[in-house]
Structure formats: structure tokens, C-alpha cells
Design a protein around this ligand. Structure first.
Ligand code: GNR
Ligand code: NI
Length: 169
């Protein structure tokens, strides 16, 4: 297993859309295992392949306390199940240190392939539902800061650019 580097806003590579996965082979499984190692090391609840510079439609998630409820989503298709908005603020490992509540439905249905390439369908509510929509946006090159005002987004960009210069990333 290997820990991967997580790209940070405003890195243009975060804007590249992911391509559909045709076969879930050993290479894809290795990528998923590396993504879990990366997400757990960064103390995140979700991670999209886009964030580790891989343009494939894959994201992972684990919302359990003891970090042993590993969800893998390949080629996900998301359907909103309510117009009721979620009340959870979201953060992003690619936008470290900033949290905002976006207007997202509080319940979604997801159809995807799991790590074995098997199709499944599941409904999520609350924070996991927000996370799934957040991860799916990554696969389309979108970030939660896109929904903020330009003023807020520019402030976040400037702060992160400064932090990245200081860390010489
Ligand atoms: O770790 C994460 N937590 C989180 C909390 C609320 C809504 C979304 C998220 S996703 C984020 C990890 C991440 O950046 N995934 O892309
Ligand atoms: Ni994110």
C-alpha cells in the first residue's frame, strides 16, 4: 500500500473530470487500497480519485467511529430523494481548514459498483448523503468552494496559496 499526495485548491488538476471505469481489475483495486490508506492518514471521511490526480470515477467513504466501514463507489449514479436541505457544513481535504454549509438534499440514493465490481444500490441520509454529493462533484471537477461567493472563494484561495508557498509544495 502507498499513501498518495492530495492535491489542494486551486490546483488545476482538481478540475479534470473522471472517466468511467470499464473493468475493476487489480490496478483499480490497488488504487482503492491506496486511497483508503491516504484518507485514513489524513483523517478524512471521504476521498475522490480526482484528489490524488487520477481521472477515474471512483470515490471512497468511511463515516464510522472506528474506521472500519469502508464504502467504495465506482461509476456512481446519484438520485436525490428529498428537497429537504441538509444542515451539515462540509469541508474538503483539498481545501483544508474551511467549512461551509451548501444547499444540498439531505437524502440520496446511489447506484455504483463496489470494490469487487459488483453493482449495489443504497440510500444515505444526513452527513454521509452530503459527503456522497461532495465526492461525486470531485469526479466532475467541482469543489464546494464553487458554490460560495467569488469574494469568499478568492479569500480562501489567497490563504491556501500563501500556506502552500510557505510549505513550498
Ligand atoms: O473529510 C471530509 N469530510 C466531509 C465532511 C462533510 C462533508 C463532506 C466531507 S468530505 C471530506 C473529505 C474530502 O475532501 N472528500 O473529498
Ligand atoms: Ni473533498
Amino acid at each position: 500500500m502507498a499513501k498518495l499526495d492530495i492535491l489542494e485548491f486551486p490546483d488545476p488538476r482538481l478540475r479534470k473530470p473522471g472517466e468511467k471505469v470499464e473493468i475493476v481489475d487489480e490496478e483499480i483495486k490497488q488504487l482503492i487500497d491506496d486511497m483508503f490508506e491516504t484518507m485514513y492518514a489524513a483523517d478524512g471521511c471521504g476521498l475522490a480519485a480526482t484528489q490524488v490526480d487520477v481521472q477515474k470515477r471512483i470515490f471512497i467513504m468511511d463515516f464510522s467511529e472506528d474506521r472500519e466501514e469502508a464504502w467504495t463507489f465506482i461509476n456512481p449514479e446519484i438520485t436525490p430523494l428529498t428537497e429537504e436541505p441538509s444542515e451539515f457544513a462540509e469541508g474538503c481535504l483539498s481545501v483544508p481548514g474551511f467549512f461551509e454549509n451548501l444547499d444540498r438534499p439531505n437524502r440520496v440514493k446511489v447506484k455504483a459498483l463496489d470494490r469487487d465490481g459488483k453493482e449495489f444500490e443504497h440510500e444515505f441520509e444526513g452527513l454521509p448523503a452530503v459527503c456522497i454529493q461532495h465526492e461525486n462533484d470531485h469526479l466532475d471537477g467541482k469543489l464546494f468552494v464553487d458554490a460560495l461567493t467569488k469574494l469568499k472563494r478568492d479569500r480562501i484561495r489567497k490563504k491556501l496559496e500563501k500556506a502552500q508557498r510557505l510549505a513550498a509544495k
